[in-house]
Design a protein around this ligand. Structure first.
Ligand code: ATP
Ligand code: MG
Length: 230
Protein backbone atom coordinates (compact mmCIF):
# COMPACT_ATOMS: atom_id res chain seq x y z
CA UNK A 1 0.00 0.00 0.00
CA UNK A 2 1.23 3.46 -0.86
CA UNK A 3 2.27 5.42 2.24
CA UNK A 4 0.10 8.44 2.95
CA UNK A 5 3.17 10.66 3.08
CA UNK A 6 6.83 10.27 2.36
CA UNK A 7 10.03 12.29 2.45
CA UNK A 8 13.00 11.64 0.19
CA UNK A 9 16.46 12.95 1.10
CA UNK A 10 15.00 16.05 2.70
CA UNK A 11 17.33 18.76 3.96
CA UNK A 12 16.26 21.97 5.59
CA UNK A 13 18.89 24.60 6.17
CA UNK A 14 17.88 27.83 7.88
CA UNK A 15 20.04 30.86 7.14
CA UNK A 16 23.26 31.03 5.16
CA UNK A 17 27.04 30.86 5.51
CA UNK A 18 28.42 30.76 9.04
CA UNK A 19 24.95 31.24 10.50
CA UNK A 20 23.44 28.28 8.64
CA UNK A 21 21.52 25.80 10.78
CA UNK A 22 21.15 22.29 9.39
CA UNK A 23 17.79 21.49 10.92
CA UNK A 24 17.22 18.35 8.84
CA UNK A 25 19.91 16.30 7.12
CA UNK A 26 18.94 13.79 4.50
CA UNK A 27 15.67 12.67 6.06
CA UNK A 28 14.02 9.80 4.20
CA UNK A 29 10.97 8.27 5.78
CA UNK A 30 7.60 6.81 4.97
CA UNK A 31 4.40 7.38 6.87
CA UNK A 32 2.18 4.34 6.49
CA UNK A 33 -1.60 4.76 6.57
CA UNK A 34 -3.69 4.13 9.63
CA UNK A 35 -0.90 4.35 12.17
CA UNK A 36 0.10 6.54 15.05
CA UNK A 37 3.67 7.60 14.54
CA UNK A 38 5.64 9.40 17.23
CA UNK A 39 8.65 11.60 16.52
CA UNK A 40 10.89 12.05 19.50
CA UNK A 41 14.06 14.00 20.00
CA UNK A 42 15.67 16.72 22.06
CA UNK A 43 14.75 20.34 21.79
CA UNK A 44 16.22 21.66 18.54
CA UNK A 45 16.53 18.24 16.92
CA UNK A 46 14.22 19.19 14.01
CA UNK A 47 10.79 17.81 15.00
CA UNK A 48 8.74 20.93 14.29
CA UNK A 49 10.70 21.54 11.10
CA UNK A 50 9.79 18.07 9.85
CA UNK A 51 6.10 18.42 10.75
CA UNK A 52 5.88 21.78 9.02
CA UNK A 53 7.41 20.29 5.89
CA UNK A 54 5.05 17.29 5.92
CA UNK A 55 2.14 19.71 6.24
CA UNK A 56 3.30 21.90 3.39
CA UNK A 57 3.76 24.88 5.69
CA UNK A 58 7.41 25.14 4.67
CA UNK A 59 9.58 23.99 1.76
CA UNK A 60 12.69 21.82 1.97
CA UNK A 61 16.07 23.24 0.96
CA UNK A 62 16.66 19.97 -0.88
CA UNK A 63 14.73 16.76 -1.41
CA UNK A 64 11.10 15.91 -1.96
CA UNK A 65 7.96 15.49 0.08
CA UNK A 66 5.00 13.47 -1.13
CA UNK A 67 1.40 13.36 0.00
CA UNK A 68 -0.72 10.58 -1.52
CA UNK A 69 2.02 10.08 -4.09
CA UNK A 70 2.11 13.70 -5.27
CA UNK A 71 5.13 15.84 -4.67
CA UNK A 72 3.82 18.81 -2.74
CA UNK A 73 6.70 21.03 -3.85
CA UNK A 74 5.18 21.00 -7.34
CA UNK A 75 1.86 22.37 -6.19
CA UNK A 76 1.09 26.08 -6.32
CA UNK A 77 0.66 27.94 -3.02
CA UNK A 78 -3.10 27.86 -3.52
CA UNK A 79 -3.15 24.13 -4.19
CA UNK A 80 -1.05 23.47 -1.13
CA UNK A 81 -3.38 25.54 1.03
CA UNK A 82 -6.36 23.57 -0.30
CA UNK A 83 -4.61 20.26 0.32
CA UNK A 84 -3.84 21.32 3.87
CA UNK A 85 -7.34 22.52 4.67
CA UNK A 86 -9.14 19.53 3.20
CA UNK A 87 -6.86 16.59 3.89
CA UNK A 88 -4.86 17.52 6.93
CA UNK A 89 -5.49 18.52 10.51
CA UNK A 90 -3.03 20.48 12.62
CA UNK A 91 -2.70 20.51 16.37
CA UNK A 92 -0.18 22.86 17.90
CA UNK A 93 1.26 23.07 21.37
CA UNK A 94 -0.44 26.40 21.97
CA UNK A 95 -3.92 25.16 20.93
CA UNK A 96 -4.52 28.03 18.47
CA UNK A 97 -8.21 28.44 19.31
CA UNK A 98 -10.01 31.63 18.39
CA UNK A 99 -10.66 33.34 21.72
CA UNK A 100 -13.99 34.98 20.94
CA UNK A 101 -15.58 31.82 19.60
CA UNK A 102 -17.14 28.99 21.56
CA UNK A 103 -15.85 25.42 21.29
CA UNK A 104 -18.55 24.61 18.72
CA UNK A 105 -17.78 27.76 16.70
CA UNK A 106 -14.08 26.97 16.69
CA UNK A 107 -14.86 23.57 15.21
CA UNK A 108 -17.27 25.12 12.71
CA UNK A 109 -14.57 27.50 11.56
CA UNK A 110 -12.35 24.56 10.57
CA UNK A 111 -15.23 22.93 8.68
CA UNK A 112 -15.85 26.13 6.77
CA UNK A 113 -12.17 26.37 5.76
CA UNK A 114 -12.18 22.73 4.70
CA UNK A 115 -15.09 23.36 2.34
CA UNK A 116 -17.40 20.91 4.10
CA UNK A 117 -21.01 21.59 2.98
CA UNK A 118 -22.96 23.63 5.49
CA UNK A 119 -25.70 20.99 5.90
CA UNK A 120 -23.11 18.71 7.50
CA UNK A 121 -21.69 21.18 10.02
CA UNK A 122 -24.08 20.55 12.88
CA UNK A 123 -23.57 16.81 12.87
CA UNK A 124 -19.79 17.00 12.41
CA UNK A 125 -19.50 19.47 15.28
CA UNK A 126 -21.53 17.21 17.55
CA UNK A 127 -19.59 14.11 16.56
CA UNK A 128 -16.16 15.60 16.97
CA UNK A 129 -16.91 17.27 20.30
CA UNK A 130 -18.36 14.00 21.51
CA UNK A 131 -15.28 12.10 20.41
CA UNK A 132 -13.09 14.28 22.64
CA UNK A 133 -15.61 14.30 25.49
CA UNK A 134 -16.48 17.99 25.25
CA UNK A 135 -20.20 17.90 24.47
CA UNK A 136 -21.00 19.76 27.67
CA UNK A 137 -18.52 22.52 26.84
CA UNK A 138 -19.79 23.22 23.33
CA UNK A 139 -20.86 26.77 24.12
CA UNK A 140 -17.84 27.60 26.30
CA UNK A 141 -15.22 29.96 25.01
CA UNK A 142 -11.52 29.06 25.43
CA UNK A 143 -11.03 31.12 28.59
CA UNK A 144 -13.94 29.21 30.15
CA UNK A 145 -12.18 25.88 29.63
CA UNK A 146 -9.26 24.16 31.36
CA UNK A 147 -5.99 23.58 29.50
CA UNK A 148 -6.93 19.95 28.82
CA UNK A 149 -10.35 20.97 27.55
CA UNK A 150 -8.85 23.59 25.27
CA UNK A 151 -6.47 21.03 23.87
CA UNK A 152 -9.33 18.59 23.32
CA UNK A 153 -11.24 21.36 21.57
CA UNK A 154 -8.24 21.98 19.30
CA UNK A 155 -8.22 18.26 18.54
CA UNK A 156 -11.95 18.30 17.73
CA UNK A 157 -11.35 21.16 15.33
CA UNK A 158 -8.41 19.37 13.71
CA UNK A 159 -10.39 16.19 13.03
CA UNK A 160 -13.95 17.44 12.35
CA UNK A 161 -13.44 17.54 8.58
CA UNK A 162 -12.10 13.96 8.70
CA UNK A 163 -8.60 14.64 7.45
CA UNK A 164 -6.58 11.66 6.37
CA UNK A 165 -3.43 12.98 8.06
CA UNK A 166 -3.22 14.71 11.44
CA UNK A 167 0.02 16.48 12.40
CA UNK A 168 0.32 17.19 16.11
CA UNK A 169 3.26 19.16 17.51
CA UNK A 170 3.73 18.37 21.20
CA UNK A 171 0.00 18.30 21.78
CA UNK A 172 0.48 17.25 25.39
CA UNK A 173 3.31 19.58 26.38
CA UNK A 174 1.16 21.98 28.37
CA UNK A 175 -0.92 19.34 30.07
CA UNK A 176 -0.31 17.37 33.23
CA UNK A 177 0.88 13.82 32.66
CA UNK A 178 -2.51 12.26 33.30
CA UNK A 179 -4.28 14.47 30.75
CA UNK A 180 -1.34 13.90 28.40
CA UNK A 181 -1.90 10.18 28.58
CA UNK A 182 -5.68 10.56 28.14
CA UNK A 183 -5.15 12.62 25.01
CA UNK A 184 -2.58 10.30 23.54
CA UNK A 185 -4.89 7.32 24.14
CA UNK A 186 -7.58 9.29 22.36
CA UNK A 187 -5.22 9.61 19.39
CA UNK A 188 -4.69 5.88 19.43
CA UNK A 189 -8.46 5.30 19.38
CA UNK A 190 -8.91 7.75 16.51
CA UNK A 191 -6.36 5.84 14.50
CA UNK A 192 -8.00 2.50 15.30
CA UNK A 193 -11.62 3.57 14.86
CA UNK A 194 -11.54 6.32 12.26
CA UNK A 195 -8.60 5.03 10.24
CA UNK A 196 -6.72 8.32 10.48
CA UNK A 197 -2.98 8.63 10.31
CA UNK A 198 -1.39 10.71 13.05
CA UNK A 199 2.14 12.01 13.34
CA UNK A 200 2.85 13.43 16.75
CA UNK A 201 5.98 14.89 18.31
CA UNK A 202 6.74 14.56 21.99
CA UNK A 203 9.45 14.68 24.63
CA UNK A 204 7.40 12.57 26.97
CA UNK A 205 8.44 8.89 27.27
CA UNK A 206 5.01 7.97 28.70
CA UNK A 207 3.29 9.09 25.51
CA UNK A 208 5.37 6.76 23.40
CA UNK A 209 3.63 3.72 24.82
CA UNK A 210 0.63 4.40 22.58
CA UNK A 211 2.68 4.70 19.37
CA UNK A 212 2.66 2.16 16.57
CA UNK A 213 6.05 3.45 15.39
CA UNK A 214 8.60 5.68 17.06
CA UNK A 215 11.18 7.66 15.14
CA UNK A 216 14.01 9.55 16.76
CA UNK A 217 15.52 12.75 15.45
CA UNK A 218 19.00 13.63 16.54
CA UNK A 219 20.69 16.71 15.18
CA UNK A 220 18.49 16.62 12.11
CA UNK A 221 19.06 12.94 11.36
CA UNK A 222 16.27 10.46 11.64
CA UNK A 223 16.32 6.86 12.72
CA UNK A 224 13.73 4.25 13.49
CA UNK A 225 13.59 3.78 17.21
CA UNK A 226 13.32 0.17 18.33
CA UNK A 227 12.46 -0.22 21.94
CA UNK A 228 14.35 -2.90 23.81
CA UNK A 229 12.03 -5.75 24.47
CA UNK A 230 12.68 -8.11 27.30
N1 ATP B 1 13.11 30.01 11.39
C1 ATP B 1 14.29 29.55 11.81
N2 ATP B 1 15.43 30.20 11.53
C2 ATP B 1 16.63 29.72 11.93
N3 ATP B 1 16.78 28.59 12.64
C3 ATP B 1 15.68 27.90 12.95
C4 ATP B 1 14.37 28.34 12.58
N4 ATP B 1 13.47 27.44 13.02
C5 ATP B 1 14.17 26.50 13.66
N5 ATP B 1 15.49 26.76 13.63
C6 ATP B 1 16.57 25.91 14.18
O1 ATP B 1 16.45 24.62 13.61
C7 ATP B 1 16.69 23.61 14.57
C8 ATP B 1 15.47 22.68 14.63
O2 ATP B 1 14.37 23.41 15.15
P1 ATP B 1 12.96 22.74 15.43
O3 ATP B 1 12.03 23.81 15.81
O4 ATP B 1 12.59 21.89 14.27
O5 ATP B 1 13.31 21.81 16.68
P2 ATP B 1 12.34 20.92 17.61
O6 ATP B 1 12.88 19.53 17.58
O7 ATP B 1 10.95 21.13 17.20
O8 ATP B 1 12.62 21.54 19.05
P3 ATP B 1 11.59 21.72 20.30
O9 ATP B 1 11.50 20.37 20.95
O10 ATP B 1 12.29 22.71 21.17
O11 ATP B 1 10.29 22.23 19.79
C9 ATP B 1 16.99 24.33 15.87
O12 ATP B 1 18.40 24.39 16.02
C10 ATP B 1 16.43 25.70 15.67
O13 ATP B 1 17.16 26.66 16.40
MG1 MG C 1 9.27 21.95 18.19
Amino acid sequence: MQPIAETKRVRRIYGKGDAAVHALRDVTMQIPRGRLLVLKGRSGSGKTTLLNLLGGLDRPTEGEIFFEGNEIGRLSDGQRTELRRRNMGFIFQSFGLLPLMSAAENVEFGLRLAGVPKEQWKQRIQESLELVGLTKRASHRPFEMSGGEQQRCAIARAIAHRPSLVLADEPTAELDSRMGLTISRMFRDMVRQEGMTIVMTTHDPAIMEVADDVYALEDGEISRYEEETN
